[in-house]
Design a protein around this ligand. Structure first.
Ligand code: PEP
Length: 254
């Protein structure tokens, strides 16, 4: 069974509510004939409910860029899984490298956030990846092992049936320096073998592993031609609907 591709857009701290709605509406129009690929966009928190309302009838899934793991309480500035659910969110990006780098998130936080997502039936999109220095020091697989082991610690496979893993080498994010499709395939295969050892063969076969890091209309097709690349998490190139749709429709452009 081949996994359905997932093309996800991370809008980071770009777009006001009205700008996000305009892009989402344009994307809904452009993607109405897409059948075989799952689409997700993750606008900033302030735009979620507005965008959610507008794309309700489309095939686009609404994602959040983060959540906090507590259900409620005195946590100024944080957002819970339930709050996201009510805004129409179905997916949540967890452990993005910018969260790890600028806001001190570690693998234990990631694990708690995945637990919170799963308990609220949100699809967790867990981001992992090595920095440039870790790659240079040949620590890529060691780093990925720790991120996967500790990020998914204590879970049973059935609790993670919707999990998406996003392999995002930090050196490729926003740099224009994408991993080559062969490099991505090699690491994705490694990740699949790792989760197979932890959760079994069926789980590994069914779990989507998507690639992120300077994905563009001109490199998506080659990336997607590799067996273990099940989609993409796209930053910069997802901000413009007319550009992003070319990535979403990758398989029609070969
Ligand atoms: C990202 O933010 O997850 C990302 C991959 O960004 P970009 O596509 O801009 O490299």
């Amino acid at each position: 069974m081949k996994r359905a591709p997932l093309i996800a857009g991370n809008w980071k701290m770009f777009k006001t509510g009205s700008q996000a709605v305009a892009t989402a509406l344009r994307l809904a129009e452009l993607s109405c004939d897409v059948k075989d690929t799952d689409i997700m966009i993750a606008p900033p928190f302030t735009a979620l409910a507005l965008v959610g309302e507008k794309i309700k009838a489309s095939r686009i899934h609404l994602g959040a860029q983060n959540l906090f793991y507590e259900k409620e309480g005195a946590y100024t500035g944080e957002i819970s899984a339930n709050m996201l659910k009510e805004a129409g969110v179905s997916h949540v990006i967890i452990g993005h490298s910018e969260r790890r780098q600028y806001f001190g998130e570690n693998n234990e936080d990631v694990c708690k956030k995945i637990r919170a997502a799963v308990e609220s039936s949100l699809v967790p999109v867990m981001c992992i990846g090595e920095t440039e220095l870790e790659k240079k020091d040949e620590k890529t697989f060691y780093v990925l092992d720790k991120q996967i082991e500790n990020g998914l610690k204590g879970f049973r496979s059935d609790e993670l049936s919707d999990l998406v893993i996003a392999y995002e080498p930090v050196w490729a994010i926003g740099t224009g320096k994408s991993a080559t499709p062969d490099q991505a395939q090699q690491v994705h295969r490694y990740i699949r073998t790792k989760i197979q050892k932890m959760f079994g063969s069926n789980f590994a076969e069914e779990t989507r592993i998507i690639y992120g890091g300077s994905v563009k209309p001109d490199n998506i097709s080659e990336l997607m031609n590799h067996d273990d690349v099940d989609g993409a998490l796209v930053g910069g190139a997802s901000l413009d609907a007319d550009n992003f749709i070319q990535i979403i429709k990758f398989n029609r452009m070969i």
